[in-house]
Design a protein around this ligand. Structure first.
Ligand code: MV4
Length: 449
């Protein structure tokens, strides 16, 4: 096992990794930007190294500065968390060449899944259902129009290097398709430095279902069930729950098996998530694979009792998975609400600043993963998520009751947060029935449901 790990991240996920390391008897090194000198991850780690000024590009994305910190502190491994360098194949390669273990998948895994077209083609060959669409990059509008008329409108143009919703365009007819391709291509070129786009049938009322997998270096792959992440705004998830309120046991088993097949097809190693689009009729299709630990990993931990960050570290250290699929038991239901420093009553406008009043909820079934404290100033430079409120109940109804109570107990001020939004959702009849789609947040903001 490693004796010292560097955490190349900040905020709640840096704390989350430090906590796992402490329980495993591993020493920790935090890295921080000049704007994060007062952060809890700096306080809680055994050592801390300043890696640059506030902007991410100069600090948390600064590979040279992070590798220098790793060399100076003599760590054996780096945990990248999520975001920042977590899905950067080049960074994973540099770690390898410096003989420092990257706690995550191989550079090849990351690179393959980073190209959505290649990922899709790999899944098709592995027998994982994929969304009908173009089999190659779109290079002229006539071919695109032919494909669109074959799969029937509406269609969606997606960027090959995209993901997470960036660079997507929906088209309902030939004329709009031609212009959508041009705009999607130029957006993709600007955002990703790669203008390649492809075409898919567009689903109007999908749900976002993802499956957590773990894979060790000996080819063993297990799944840890699904998460329903359908409550999103502008491709930012706000609420995640497990199990999904809409899957029956038959589809649940099929989607989990498809995820294991997907991971095996690419010789995947470490923790990963396979995202599926679920149609209203229960058919599901591969969307993309996330090659990192995700924000919402916590709800899977609650229902399985498995610490995913510890598993990531053990896998990276070359340990075999200690259990097989049948040993994994799922208990109850878990829900996560993302607490962002945003004014959900004013267009989710960012609301950085000093926290003067703070009270964390507690009691039965409540977990709070957060790096904030009373007197802490939220810097304006980074992601607005300041915490995750996670509940675990004996079933969905019980979890909802715990969440409603915990949201009532929660005080953060005077900065604005997404707590009022969550209180509103947990009183919405459609949400309470589990009857919602990806347009749900838009609908409630327009007061339609
Ligand atoms: C789609 C889709 C409908 N049809 N693809 C959004 C993020 C990225 N992972 C893919 N996304 C979508 N792809 C087809 N063919 C609808 C979405 C989508 C979405 C998916 C899941 C959750 C929320 C969403 C919000 C808007 C669009």
């Amino acid at each position: 096992m490693f004796s010292k790990i560097l955490i190349a991240n900040r905020g709640e996920i840096a704390l989350r990794v430090i906590r796992a390391c402490k329980e495993m008897g591993i020493k920790t090194v935090a890295v921080y930007s000049q704007a994060d000198a007062d952060s809890l991850h700096v306080e809680f780690a055994d050592e801390a190294v300043c890696i640059g000024p506030a902007p991410s590009a100069a600090s948390y994305l600064n590979i040279a500065a992070i590798m220098s910190a790793a060399e100076i502190t003599d760590v054996e491994a780096i945990h990248p968390g999520y975001g920042f360098l977590s899905e950067n194949a080049h960074f994973a390669e540099i770690c390898e060449s410096c003989h420092i273990t990257f706690i995550g998948p191989t550079p090849e895994n990351i690179r393959l899944m980073g190209d959505k077209m290649i990922a899709k083609d790999t899944m098709r060959k592995a027998g994982v259902p994929i969304i009908p669409g173009s089999k190659a990059v779109i290079d002229n509008k006539d071919d695109a129009i032919k494909i669109a008329n074959k799969i029937k409108y509406p269609v969606i143009v997606k960027a090959s290097s995209g993901g997470g919703g960036k660079g997507m365009r929906v088209a309902h007819n030939d004329v709009r398709l031609a212009s959508s391709i041009i705009t999607a291509q130029s957006e993709a070129e600007v955002s990703f430095g790669n203008a390649n786009v492809y075409l898919e049938k567009y689903f109007e009322k999908p749900r976002h279902i993802e499956v957590q997998i773990l894979a060790d270096k000996f080819g063993h792959v297990v799944h840890l069930g699904e998460r329903d992440c359908t409550v999103q705004r502008r491709h930012q998830k706000l609420i995640e729950e497990t199990p999904s309120p809409v899957l029956n046991q038959k589809i649940r088993k099929k989607i989990a098996e498809a995820a294991v097949r997907a991971a095996k097809a690419v010789n995947y190693i470490n923790a990963g998530t396979i995202e599926f689009l679920l149609d209203t009729d229960g058919t599901f299709y591969f969307m993309e694979m996330n090659t990192r630990i995700q924000v919402e990993h916590t709800i899977t931990e609650m229902v399985t009792g498995i610490d995913l960050v510890k598993e990531q570290i053990k896998i990276a250290a070359g340990r075999k998975l200690e259990y097989s699929q049948d040993d994994i038991k799922f208990e109850g239901a878990a829900i996560e609400c993302r607490i962002n420093a945003e004014d959900s009553e004013n267009g989710f406008m960012p609301s950085p600043g000093k926290i003067e009043n703070l009270h964390f909820p507690g009691g039965r079934g409540v977990r709070l993963d957060s790096h904030i404290y009373s007197g802490y100033t939220i810097p304006p430079f980074y992601d607005s998520m300041i915490g995750k409120l996670i509940v675990h109940g004996k079933d969905r109804q019980d979890a909802i009751k715990i969440m409603q109570r915990a949201l009532e107990e929660f005080v953060i001020g005077p900065i604005k947060t997404t707590i009022p939004f969550h209180k509103f959702v947990f009183n919405n009849p459609q949400f309470l029935r589990g009857n919602y789609y990806t347009n749900f947040v838009e609908q409630i903001l327009e007061k339609k449901v």
